[in-house]
Design a protein around this ligand. Structure first.
Ligand code: DGJ
Length: 734
């Protein structure tokens, strides 16, 4: 067992791979947070000493001696109203009395092998009980009969702890949850100089990496948009002052959730920092009937002594093994061509077949038909929800097109936006109350569309049947699941007034329900997530869909930042990236074809242009790219990522992917703006075996270089000679 309860000290020691987490129960039954960091040798003597001091304006916990105040104790699951003035993890309104006071105290605990599934929610999983151990710490509020179960799972081979909260109304009165977070960690004052690392952005420029010092008060990022969002990502890290990409302690937090979330750190008057993660309490409440249970989403907590790079590699390894759909995690993803930027809405079956045919000749394996194939959808003003093929564009129907494309030796994939309905659609005319809305209020449209109320089973059922029928009838092996607007006038026609603030979370539960259903019925289909690009790039979606369209921005240069930021939390295998035409449709930039390919070489590679319209030289390059990609694809799916140069810091970006046994690596370097009379440039590589010798090949030339030379002296990067030039080296151990 990796979880020990040392009764004499009332101490829980959780060994998470090479890291450790310690919780102590006080004589008052409060679970205190004592430690999280590098593994401690058992019995971790001294770790259980709790520092106390009588502080002015920090009232004494009722029944305790002076100096014991919740305002200063480091807690595992704080509540508000009985001497702690900091941010609580749980708020429960008690309608019978109007009280919001809670007194949660230890009741019992269980330590079990394995990891329980979370009712209704995606979560990381174990394949066999020996993968992980779970501690369930049960707290109770005796007055209310309320039970709060804190779940902690530690994984044998990963420096990861997952946490979630189960709240059970064991009393006889209705309770209203107003805040129910997944995790709360009180770091002691030695952490007050940590940096807060966040991933923030907007549509087409998702996940910029930002770093700032903690300051007294609350520092928060969140989403109130109904989805995890382009604007903020449900991830943050606390990195020790002076920590770098490869050195120093870093604590990462990520939420397995796709709706409204909050992540915050409160630095208090005594320099303790309380880090929290969970469903956003903003516009949330939940009626918990007597006997009912509420399960929070799962928070993933990771510790790295090796900087941000170590944190990312730990998360990537963990997600590849314990989050992504097992059937897909090591399965090569097909090289695809998507017609969106090639045609937008303007296509017919011949045009599509021509793109697929050109793709087949150039080594592409899958053709994806994007938006515009259904209803009368010649622009974004109509037809979402009416999943009936447009015979004007595709006279033979979907099957005919799919079969023509398959006859060329290319698989067929299809775009859907299942969660949406156009105001101009038969579905909306038949069921105007099936969308998220508030009666008697105007309905805000985004991209001319409304959001279907997936909190309602009958709405999900109708959409499931419409789409599943097509998937059953058509030889589809890939689905792009898009979602193109955020929530307004949040309300559900199926919920009573007292439950309207449950709508957003119930929607997410409904979304997971339908996604789970699709993946169970169609295990052969590769589902790719998308929300106007990377607007819902989160671990919740990744539990059903092993890859996500990283951004609608397909420009190789601005993509460097997006992919760099995304890679902080998510594996290379999850980031779909495509080569598109120039001038680029989002920023107008002209970049070399080669660079576009090198940047798009993630675990989910493809093209987003008219392959038939390429010059002979470009076609030769596509052939080279697809052949080479097939060679390195297993490495890109399973290798470890090392970020070597940040596009946020300089006019270059570089990264490498290394096989677990260090026998192979792919190194990529991109110059953004070329420098005149530049110094000779070297990249010190990482992750290689210093004792091995590597054959290093770049564009047809080869050299043999020792691993220690590559690690300690570096790999020479040729002069760029122009803006936007890339170099890519393939290393194989000899
Ligand atoms: C937004 C997606 O991100 C694009 O790739 C494309 O599928 C469009 N929607 C289609 O409407």
């Amino acid at each position: 067992m990796a979880i020990h309860f040392i009764e004499a000290q009332s101490l829980f020691l959780l060994q998470a791979g090479p890291s450790c987490y310690a919780i102590k129960l006080t004589e008052h039954g409060l679970p205190l947070h004592l430690y999280w960091g590098p593994a401690l040798a058992t019995p971790a003597t001294g770790v259980d000493v709790v520092r106390l001091g009588d502080r002015a304006f920090s009232p004494t916990l009722a029944g305790a001696e002076r100096g014991v105040s919740l305002d200063v104790l480091p807690q595992e699951f704080p509540t508000f109203g009985s001497s702690d003035f900091r941010q609580p993890a749980l708020e429960v309104y008690q309608p019978q009395t109007g009280s919001r006071i809670l007194a949660l105290r230890y009741a019992s605990h269980r330590i079990e092998a394995g990891k329980p599934a979370l009712a209704g929610l995606p979560a990381t999983f174990t394949e066999k009980p020996s993968d992980a151990d779970t501690l369930t710490l049960v707290l109770e509020d005796k007055l209310l009969g309320l039970r709060v179960e804190l779940l902690y799972t530690v994984f044998a081979h990963h420096p990861v702890i997952t946490r979630s909260t189960r709240i059970v109304n064991g009393g006889s009165a209705l309770l209203e949850l107003r805040r129910a977070l997944s995790a709360s960690v009180d770091f002691n004052a030695s952490f007050s100089h940590h940096q807060f690392v966040q991933l923030s952005g907007a549509w087409a420029r998702e996940r910029d990496t930002l770093c700032s010092s903690l300051r007294p008060g609350v520092q928060a990022v969140d989403s109130r948009r109904g989805t995890s969002s382009h604007q903020q990502s449900p991830f943050f890290a606390l990195s020790e002052l002076g920590a770098s990409e490869e050195h120093g302690s870093v604590y990462g937090f990520n939420l397995v959730y796709s709706g409204n979330w909050i992540a915050q750190v409160e630095l208090d008057q005594f320099a303790s920092s309380r880090a929290q993660l969970g469903i956003n309490p903003f516009d949330f409440s939940w009626q918990l009937e007597a006997g009912a249970t509420f399960q929070t989403p799962e928070a993933v907590l990771v510790f790295s002594p090796e900087g941000l790079g170590g944190m990312s590699r730990a998360l990537h390894r963990f997600y590849r093994r314990h989050l992504l759909p097992a059937a897909w995690r090591e399965r090569p993803r097909p090289i695809l061509v998507n017609n969106w930027e090639a045609t937008y809405f303007d296509f017919n079956s011949d045009k599509l077949e021509a793109i697929a045919t050109a793709g087949a000749e150039l080594g592409v394996e899958l053709f994806v038909l994007d938006d515009g194939w259904f209803g009368k959808r010649d622009d974004d003003r109509s037809s979402l929800g009416d999943w009936v093929v447009d015979r004007k564009k595709l006279p033979g129907g979907l099957n005919d097109l799919a079969n023509r494309i398959k006859a060329r030796g290319v698989e067929f994939g299809l775009w859907f936006e299942p969660e949406m309905v156009s105001a101009d659609s038969d579905l909306y005319r038949d069921h105007p109350d099936w969308c998220i809305h508030v009666p008697s209020r105007a309905r805000t449209e985004g991209r001319n569309q409304l959001i279907l109320d997936f909190s309602r089973a009958e709405v999900r059922e109708e959409i499931y049947q419409r789409i599943a029928t097509l998937l059953r009838e058509t030889p589809v092996t890939y689905v792009k699941w898009d979602m193109n607007r955020h929530f307004t006038e949040v309300g559900s026609a199926a919920l009573p007034p007292s439950r309207q603030q449950e709508t957003a979370h119930r929607y997410v539960l409904g979304l997971y329900d339908i996604m789970g259903r699709f993946s169970r019925e169609f295990p052969h289909i590769l589902f790719e997530g998308c929300s106007g690009g990377g607007g819902r790039f989160d671990p919740g979606i990744l539990a059903y869909m092993p890859q996500i369209w990283t951004s609608d921005n397909s420009d190789a240069i601005t993509r460097l930042r997006i992919q760099y930021g995304t890679s902080l939390a998510y594996p290379f295998s999850t980031m779909a990236a495509h080569v598109s035409a120039v001038p680029n449709h989002q920023v107008g930039r002209i970049t070399p074809f080669r660079t576009r390919g090198d940047v798009a070489f993630t675990g989910a590679f493809g093209y987003e242009l008219d392959l038939g319209a390429l010059t002979p030289g470009e076609k030769t390059e596509v052939k080279r790219q697809t052949a080479f990609y097939k060679q390195v694809r297993p490495l890109l799916l399973s290798g470890d990522l090392y970020r070597l140069r940040s596009p946020f810091d300089s006019q270059e970006a570089a990264w490498m992917i290394v096989a677990a046994d260090a026998s192979e690596a792919l190194v990529t370097h991109v110059t953004t703006l070329a420098e005149p009379n530049a110094p000779f440039r070297y990249l010190k590589l990482r992750g290689l075996d210093p004792k091995k010798t590597y054959r290093v090949s770049i564009g047809g030339t080869e050299a043999v270089i020792a691993g220690d030379v590559l690690l300690h002296s570096g790999l020479h990067v040729p002069a760029a000679g122009a803006d936007f030039v890339s170099h890519q080296w393939h290393l194989t151990a000899v």
